[in-house]
Structure formats: structure tokens, C-alpha cells
Design a protein around this ligand. Structure first.
Ligand code: UTP
Length: 472
């Protein structure tokens, strides 16, 4: 290892990381030195002091107000006209190949407890098709519908890159053209012990974890994804998370409104179901839009109500965005971007003082992540549009219960039932109104209500029987 690197590590107070150096083979030394060279050592003491040794307190601005948004149903005739123009604009942008999709899939999916990249989780309620297969089908259908291939960018982490790519190869890219699917890898952050010392995962490697979905922005630049977008003429990025198969991969109204409003970064908002729902809150301070996490919003603001009894801070974030490519270019122009870090206390498997690997029963360390929504205050213009929860948001965070694979499958069935009903199909329902069947519709065939009507016509479907399992 070169002396400069060694000195930087020691100056950062992390010399103990080299404790086992003399036990390593030449190959291990070289790999470890490469990993250590990628760490910004000058930053480490500050991160340890600010985020690990003390709990960072989220300073809530005094002037915090709820962010404004475009409502789901237009409030005036002028707004209805704007929505019509937005939809037309979105369709025009899609037809001209100006829009690409971006799925963030670099997370570790610990809550789901699934072995493998989360995108390979079988979510289809009848077929068991995977999350990636859902998005691939929708991307293919959007490409067909708008007559231009929609490029699909998939962010992985160094941990799941290989498994993700192999999966796509095995599936023959779900019939998409290879040149329209672009994988890129996010950065990592070393994990800290609670004493501020970095943790080792072996004698020759740091305990590293993905740097959060905020890492997307810089990774787009470093991976060459931005260059590809430029050369392909993609100007708008439709951003969504890998665990939400309900999301419209491209939403013409949302994209069109983003463009017409000259927004740099836009967001879908959902009306929160209760004051403590676990969604980030869209707020404004000093004219800047920001998200305050549900755990950071003080009770008096979370509970604050409008004269009509509705929540003042009603707007929750399902992490669905449109970003202008030019905004990402601007933010990352110097090859760096420093978004704030967020602390998460985790159980981190690491080496103990004697060099033995151990898995703790309680959180023993801190992972730092940056979040994409921290780019909102950096945007000159933000546009927020209300979404219909039942149409756009079914996160698969846990195996059962709230926000689970189970609830996601129910929501997929419910949306499919609504679409079929709209197209004239008789749907069996239980007394409580829920669907008494399991219904899956291939995203390759149906992107929206109009597609569903076309499919119903084509197959001549009239009714679904109680308890039936249907895959269209
Ligand atoms: P979550 O915050 O739900 O994290 O990520 P997760 O890692 O998937 O799941 P848990 O918390 O360990 O159970 C939201 C979205 O952001 C992506 C995830 O893949 C998911 O699509 N993400 C998260 C990244 O791409 N990189 C990250 O470093 C973190």
C-alpha cells in the first residue's frame, strides 16, 4: 500500500483496519488496498462525529408549510384543460423517444427476507412472475404503444449486480432489445461501529453497503448512463422503485405536466391515510420543496388539520419521480454530489477484535445512506401531482402484513378487477367489496385502462367466477 494512503487512514483515526495486514497474501493486500483507496478518508472523522458518535438531530425549519400539489381530479376547467394538454405532451414526448425509465434496484431488501435481488422476487398472484418481469412487460408494451423503444436503466449495487445481470440473461432480457436495457452500479459506503470505527467484513475487506438511492444521481454520471441518455435523446427520466409493481412505468400526464411546468424534479404524492402513515411528507421551507421523513415530522405538524378537518401535511411520498436529465447533469457536473446522509442502526456481520467473524443479535453499527428526495430542494422548480394510490402504489417491503408481498398481490388483483369491470366484465365480489377471485393481467398486454378494454374485446371475456384464478 502506498504511504499516502496509509497515512490518510491513520490520520482519519482508522489505523486499526490494517491490524491484520501482515497476515494477508499479496493478492489480498492488493484487493484491499484498492478498496481502501476508494474511501474518502478526509470525510470519515466528520461522518463519525456527526452521524455515529452522536445521533444527528433533524432540524425542522420554523417556516415549514405543506407543499402545494396538483390534485388528482382537476379542480377547475382551466386545470382540466392543463391536464389534457399535459397528457398530450407526455404522449408526444414518448413518441419522440424523449423518455426513459429508471428502476432503483440496489437495495438489500432485508425486510422481505428474500435470497437474491429483490427484482427476482415472484410477485405475480397467479403466474408468480417476478418484479423485474412486471416492469419489463410494461416497458415493452409502452415501447410498442408509443412506437419508440423506451430505454430502461436499472441501478444495482456491487453486491447484486452480477446476480441481476445473470437473471436478465437467463430470461433473454424478457424479449427487450439488449441495447435498450442498461445496468449501472451505485456506490458504497463503509459501515461504522457504534464507537465510530469502521468495520471489517474480513481481514482484507471493509464492511461496505450500498450508499442509498440518493447514490443514483452520481452513479448515472459515473457509469456513462447520462452519456447514453444524451446520445439517445432521452430528456426525461421516469424513476421508480423495484418493489412497486403497480407503478406506471411511464405516465403521460405526469411526464407531460413535468415538462409543461418546466420542473426539474417532479413527484407523485398520495394523500396520507392517517397522520402517522409511514410516508415521507412533502413540505416547503424558504421556497424550497423538501421531504421530511414521517419519523422526523413533529407531532403538532403531523396532527395539524385544515378547517375542513383534513390533515394539513397530507402529501405523502411513494417515491415516484420524473427527473429532467439536464437537472442530473447539472447536479453532478463536477463529478461529485454531496447529499445529506441518513443514519440507520443495523446488525452488521463483521470481525471482532480477534479477527473472528460474528453476527450480532442487536444493532452493532451504523450504515449511512443518501436519499434521492434530498435532491428536491436543489431543484429550481418542483412539480407535485397527486396519484391514485390504488392505481400506482403497492410496495413489497415485508413478506406479510402491511406493505407486504401479500398486500401487493391483493392490490394487483384489485386493480385488474377494476380495469376489467370498466371494460364490462362481471367481477365476483365479497360482501366487503373485495374481489372474490385472483386476477393477473400480463403487463406486456395491458398498460392502462384502454389496453384492458382492448384485451377484453379480443378474448371475449364476460365474467369471472367466484374463487377463480385467472391469468390473462
Ligand atoms: P428501501 O428503502 O425499501 O430499502 O429501498 P431496501 O434495501 O430495498 O429494503 P430494506 O430496507 O433492506 O428492507 C427503496 C428502493 O430503493 C432502492 C431499493 O432497491 C428499492 O427499490 N435502493 C435502496 C437502492 O437502489 N439502493 C440503495 O442503496 C437503497
Amino acid at each position: 500500500m502506498n504511504v499516502e494512503l496509509k497515512n490518510a487512514i491513520i490520520a482519519a483515526g482508522q489505523g486499526e483496519l490494517l491490524k491484520f495486514w501482515d497476515d494477508l497474501t499479496e493478492a489480498e493486500k492488493s484487493a484491499f488496498a484498492g478498496e481502501l483507496a476508494a474511501v474518502d478518508w478526509a470525510q470519515i472523522p466528520r461522518l463519525a462525529a456527526e452521524y455515529v458518535l452522536k445521533r444527528p438531530e433533524m432540524a425542522i425549519p420554523d417556516d415549514l408549510t405543506p407543499a402545494e400539489f396538483f390534485p388528482l381530479a382537476p379542480a377547475t376547467e382551466a386545470q382540466a384543460e392543463l391536464y389534457r394538454r399535459a397528457e398530450a405532451k407526455g404522449i408526444e414526448l414518448l413518441k419522440n423517444g424523449k423518455v426513459c425509465c429508471l428502476t432503483v434496484a440496489g437495495g438489500q431488501g432485508t425486510r422481505l427476507g428474500f435470497d437474491g435481488p429483490k427484482g427476482t422476487y415472484p410477485i405475480g398472484p397467479v403466474s408468480g412472475r417476478t418484479l423485474f418481469s412486471y416492469f419489463a412487460g410494461a416497458v415493452a408494451r409502452a415501447s410498442e404503444k408509443y412506437g419508440k423503444p423506451v430505454n430502461w436503466y436499472i441501478m444495482t449495487s456491487p453486491i447484486n449486480r452480477e446476480a441481476t445481470e445473470s437473471y436478465f440473461k437467463e430470461q433473454n432480457y424478457f424479449g427487450l432489445s439488449r441495447e435498450n436495457v442498461f445496468f449501472f452500479t451505485q456506490g458504497t459506503m463503509p459501515a461504522f461501529g457504534l464507537d465510530g470505527k469502521l468495520l471489517l467484513s474480513s481481514k482484507s475487506s471493509l464492511a461496505l453497503s450500498p450508499d442509498g438511492h440518493g447514490g443514483t444521481l452520481l452513479a448515472l454520471r459515473k457509469s456513462g448512463a447520462l452519456d447514453k441518455m444524451i446520445s439517445d435523446g432521452n430528456e426525461y427520466i421516469s424513476y421508480f422503485q423495484v418493489d412497486n409493481p403497480l407503478v406506471p412505468v411511464v405516465d403521460p400526464r405526469f411526464i407531460g405536466l413535468h415538462a409543461l411546468e418546466n420542473s426539474e424534479m417532479s413527484a407523485i404524492m398520495l394523500s396520507k391515510t392517517n397522520s402517522r402513515e409511514k410516508l415521507g411528507n412533502f413540505c416547503v421551507s424558504q421556497g424550497r420543496t423538501m421531504i421530511i421523513e414521517y419519523s422526523d415530522l413533529p407531532d403538532e405538524l403531523a396532527e395539524k388539520r385544515n378547517p375542513d378537518g383534513s390533515l394539513s401535511f397530507i402529501a405523502g411520498s411513494p417515491a415516484i419521480h420524473v427527473l429532467s436529465r439536464s437537472f442530473v447533469e447539472k447536479l453532478t457536473s463536477g463529478g461529485t454530489l454531496q447529499l445529506p446522509w441518513h443514519r440507520a442502526d443495523k446488525k452488521i456481520t463483521c470481525l471482532d477484535a480477534d479477527g473472528k467473524l460474528f453476527t450480532p443479535a442487536e444493532p452493532n453499527g451504523v450504515k449511512l445512506e443518501s436519499f434521492i428526495f434530498d435532491a428536491l430542494p436543489l431543484a429550481a422548480k418542483v412539480m407535485i401531482l397527486e396519484g391514485d394510490r390504488a392505481e400506482v402504489f403497492a410496495p413489497t417491503k415485508n413478506a406479510t402484513g402491511v406493505d407486504s408481498a401479500e398486500s401487493c398481490r391483493e392490490m394487483l388483483t384489485a386493480r385488474n378487477a377494476r380495469r376489467l369491470e370498466l371494460a364490462g366484465v362481471e367481477i365476483p365480489r365479497k360482501i366487503d367489496g373485495s374481489v372474490d377471485a385472483v386476477i393477473e393481467i400480463s403487463p406486456r398486454l395491458v398498460l392502462d385502462d384502454a389496453d384492458a378494454a382492448g384485451l377484453v374485446n379480443a378474448v371475449g371475456l364476460k365474467k369471472i367466477l367466484p374463487g377463480e384464478k385467472v391469468a390473462l
